[in-house]
Design a binder for this molecule. Structure first.
Ligand SMILES: O=C(O)[C@@](O)(COP(=O)(O)O)[C@H](O)[C@H](O)COP(=O)(O)O
Ligand SMILES: [Mg+2]
Length: 418
């Protein structure tokens, strides 16, 4: 018989094996609890332990206990190594039920935040990763080395199908690459999914014919899982190249199912992260956006929103660091295209590109449709601001020859909206 208790899950001399998933947590131990004691409880409760000492027959047990192997008292950071056999290959919900499950509510800690993960090949090999990733710029669009431009018609919901498609046509003709649905636009009566899909793609085809540049539509398929898969099939039937999914509100199981179906049709996945801030807004509790982005890459999205490096209207964390991870190597998975969105307009594009580079997607809704001369001029102004930045010409100088940009700068200057 062997006894299993909290202390078995703590070993500061332990060196994680290359096959293990290594997670970093920031924890605030409960009052009168040492960080070591708290760390052992995190490792135990997120793997195979519990509060009582267990007595188990060795011959009936597979050892799957995690080990709290590093503690940085100065940062309240602990590192926990998890054996690969603890996890079901290819199941993100099961992995999260371990590393972000009950421990988030334990009394042993005042707060706990999953900050980062090192994903071993043994786990990554169970996931597909992106089908296209940053390659969409060339494989599905004609953006080459410049940022891909996207726009969400505004107001975000309420426009009729005809108005939605018209706004898309004007924005595409103005130089935008992708029309995008808003996170809360799905299949409502004022703008039904299939009508919107058909009319928007018809507009796309007209524009492509006229301007000779490939365009596409990030149509939001978010819904009940079976319904979502049927919507994915509809997108393929109508000749779309992309789908959009609210990955946090749908859940990773649904994302994995959509990824499989998209592989059948060669569709790219745009991940919107609505509700992410419920997990990552507090810097001492929850799950970091860095980890959410990592999960999304393994599950196979091609694009994901990661913030605006502080230049937009929404609070976000460490966009450059997250983008570096999405662009970097992860056991051979394709890189994911980061999406900068939220309060962006032509007047901030130069600093945005300085901060995040060009291998990104820039989404502007209000920053295009709020242009004094309308959507077409707004789209032209955004494209002009990118051209100026890539040519290294100051925006106000470029605006002297480009009226749409001049009007945008007059309206918004270089301000960040609140
Ligand atoms: O509804 C909105 O606010 C947006 O459509 C932006 O609109 P605007 O361009 O008009 O601001 C996006 O959903 C946010 O950017 C998402 O946030 P994030 O990218 O941080 O996930
Ligand atoms: Mg939105």
């Amino acid at each position: 018989m062997t006894g299993i208790e909290y202390d078995d899950f703590l070993d500061r001399t332990y060196d994680p094996a290359a096959t293990e998933l290594v997670c970093t947590f920031r924890i605030e131990p409960a009052e009168e609890m040492t960080i070591e004691a708290a760390a052992s409880r995190v490792a135990s409760e997120s793997s195979n332990g519990t509060w009582a000492t267990l007595h188990v027959d060795e011959s009936e047990l597979t050892h799957l206990g995690a080990v709290a192997c590093e503690i940085d008292e100065s940062e309240n950071e602990i590192t926990v190594a998890y054996p690969a056999d603890l996890f079901e290959a290819g199941s993100m919900p099961q992995i999260l039920s371990c590393i972000a499950g009950n421990i988030m509510g334990m009394k042993a800690v005042e707060s706990i935040r999953l900050e980062d993960c090192e994903w071993p090949e043994s786990i990554v090999s169970g996931f597909p990763g992106p089908q296209f990733g940053t390659g969409v710029a060339r494989e599905k669009l004609d953006a080459g080395d410049r940022p891909i431009l996207a726009t969400v018609p505004k107001p975000k919901v309420g426009l009729s199908t005809a108005a939605h498609a018209r706004v898309g046509e004007e924005a595409w003709r103005g130089g935008v690459d992708l029309l995008k649905d808003d996170e809360n636009l799905t299949d409502q009566d004022f703008n039904p999914f299939e009508d919107r899909l058909a009319e928007s793609l018809a507009a796309r085809d007209r524009v492509e014919e006229d301007v000779g540049e490939r365009k596409d539509y990030l149509v939001n398929v978010t819904g009940e899982t079976t319904e979502m898969l049927e919507r994915v099939d509809l997108v393929a039937e109508h000749g779309g190249g992309f789908v959009m999914v609210d990955v946090i509100t749908c859940g990773w199981a649904a994302v994995q199912s959509v990824r499989e179906r998209c592989a059948d049709h060669g569709l790219a996945i745009h991940a919107h992260r609505a509700m992410h801030a419920a997990f990552d807004r507090l810097d001492h509790h929850g799950v970091s956006m860095r980890v959410l982005a990592q999960i999304a890459r393994l599950c196979g999205v091609d694009h994901i929103h990661t913030g605006t490096a502080g230049l937009g209207k929404l609070a976000n964390e460490d966009t450059p660091g997250i983008n570096d991870w999405l662009h970097g190597d992860c056991q051979g998975l394709k890189p994911v295209l980061p999406v900068a969105s939220g309060g962006l307009h032509p007047g901030v594009v130069d600093r945005l590109i300085d901060a995040l580079g060009t291998d990104i997607c820039i989404q502007a809704g209000g920053g295009i449709h709020g242009h004094p001369d309308g959507t077409h001029a707004g789209a032209k102004a955004l494209r002009q601001s990118v051209d100026a930045s890539l040519d290294g010409v100051p925006l106000d100088e470029y605006a002297q020859e480009h009226a749409e940009l001049a009007t945008a700068l007059d309206k918004w200057g270089a301000e960040t909206p609140r």
